[in-house]
Design a protein around this ligand. Structure first.
Ligand SMILES: Cc1ncc(COP(=O)(O)O)c(C=O)c1O
Length: 395
């Protein structure tokens, strides 16, 4: 039976990262995968996570399954983190949440619940979007439409195009939005533009599905959630997929939450039942370790303050790197790279062709996606000039 299967091509992002690992060039630079790396090129463990882990190690008495909706300290902490402690929908009891294996698990459970409610729903995705959105949500059985989002010529959001396309989204449709730090382009909506999306959702009746995988990596935890919170304050229903992979560095612990803002408390209960049933049929029970750590951090003022400080430092470093990379590229090439500094999060399109990206790999061992999406956090003091000179050489 298995004999019938053919070899699939490797995942484009993971495949390039693996090729970089295998490259013997000591000057190689991996700008492919979306992982934060510090100045020594290491993806670090947060000190707050380390302390929570020590506490957990002392206190943990069982490895029995978590409840089907996950750890309560974690899910309630995530609701406060994402929605804000003063969120009216939270006070009204019309929010339900389920712990999931990472943000991917949250996207999947969100899609499963949407499909259960409206099997014919169309999901509107930005052009471009994170490629994994398509199999993750599409394999549930939902159909896609796309809306204009990124304008390569100006390196910015084509908001008029986005609005024109989303005029066709109506009741029963879902609009997938990146909460902040758009992956792959790094160009985000401003608060006024989020307000326009809220007006349209109100008038047209579509449901926002917000993927917030990078809260805290653009301009800080509260600012980064402002657009999402605006929608939640104005709309009866919002579906949210949140992740602790990046902002707590818990990548491999698979720690995320699907959060459903519902019409009323009774519906929030029904939706949670659907989410638990979906989890049961997809992976049964959530993994515990990362959520127990995140739950401790979000439930302990001292640990939370430590974590927030570490995250702010990380965020400031990424934004500082954006300025330094812009300066290094402009100095090496004479071209305009101001857009890098205006974007947010880990990603940016350098605006190179696939051919130029290939030359960078083959001639300089500088690895980026064929679309020229780079992970800005892969740049550091030791490689920034080399990267800038290599890019200038292929321009
Ligand atoms: C846009 C976006 N959404 C969601 C995720 C989910 O991440 P994870 O499942 O590792 O939490 C990622 C990770 O790269 C992402 O870039």
């Amino acid at each position: 039976m298995l004999q019938a299967l053919e070899q699939l091509p490797v995942d484009p992002i993971l495949g390039l990262s693996a090729a970089c690992r295998a490259d013997p060039n000591p000057d190689k630079v991996d700008l492919t995968i979306g992982i934060y790396m510090d100045d020594s090129g290491v993806c670090p463990v947060f000190e707050a996570v380390r302390r929570a882990q020590l506490e957990l190690e002392q206190e943990e008495v069982t490895k029995a399954y978590l409840p089907p909706a996950g750890d309560e300290a974690f899910t309630s902490g995530m609701q406060r983190l994402v929605l804000g402690a003063d969120c009216a929908a939270l006070a009204d009891g019309r929010v339900s949440s389920i712990q999931t294996p990472g943000g991917c698990g949250a996207l999947r459970i969100g899609a499963e619940v949407i499909h259960a409610a409206a099997p014919g729903a169309r999901v509107w995705v930005s052009d471009p979007t994170w490629p994994v959105h398509i199999p993750l949500i599409g394999s549930v059985g939902l159909a896609f439409e796309s809306y204009r989002y990124y304008q390569p010529a100006t390196h910015s959001v084509d908001f008029d195009g986005m609005v024109a396309d989303l005029r066709q989204a109506g009741a029963g449709d879902v609009v997938l939005l990146h909460g902040c730090c758009h992956n792959p382009c790094g160009a985000d909506l401003d608060l006024e533009q989020w307000g326009v999306i809220a007006d349209m959702a109100e008038a047209q009746g579509f449901t926002p599905f917000i993927d917030i995988a990078y809260q805290g990596l653009a301009d800080g935890l509260e600012t980064d959630a402002a657009g999402l919170r605006l929608l939640v304050s104005r709309l009866p229903e919002v579906v949210i997929a949140a992740s602790c992979s990046k902002n707590m560095g818990l990548y491999r612990e698979r720690t995320g939450a699907a959060i459903f803002v519902c019409n009323d408390a009774a519906n929030a209960g029904a939706v949670l039942g659907q989410a638990k049933a979906a989890a049961r049929r997809v992976y049964s029970m959530p993994p515990a370790h990362g959520a127990l750590l995140a739950g401790r951090i979000l439930g302990n003022a001292e640990l939370e303050a430590l974590w927030r400080g570490e995250l702010d430092t990380m965020c400031a470093r990424i934004n500082g790197l954006r300025g330094e990379l812009r300066a290094a590229l402009e100095q090496a090439s004479g071209a305009d790279f101001a857009f890098i500094e205006h974007e947010r999060g880990m990603f940016s399109f350098l605006g190179l062709s696939a051919q130029q990206a290939l030359r960078l790999r083959e001639e300089f061992s500088v690895y980026m996606l064929d679309s020229s999406r780079i992970n800005v956090a892969g740049v550091n003091a030791g490689n920034i000039d080399y990267v800038a000179r290599a890019v200038a050489a292929v321009l």
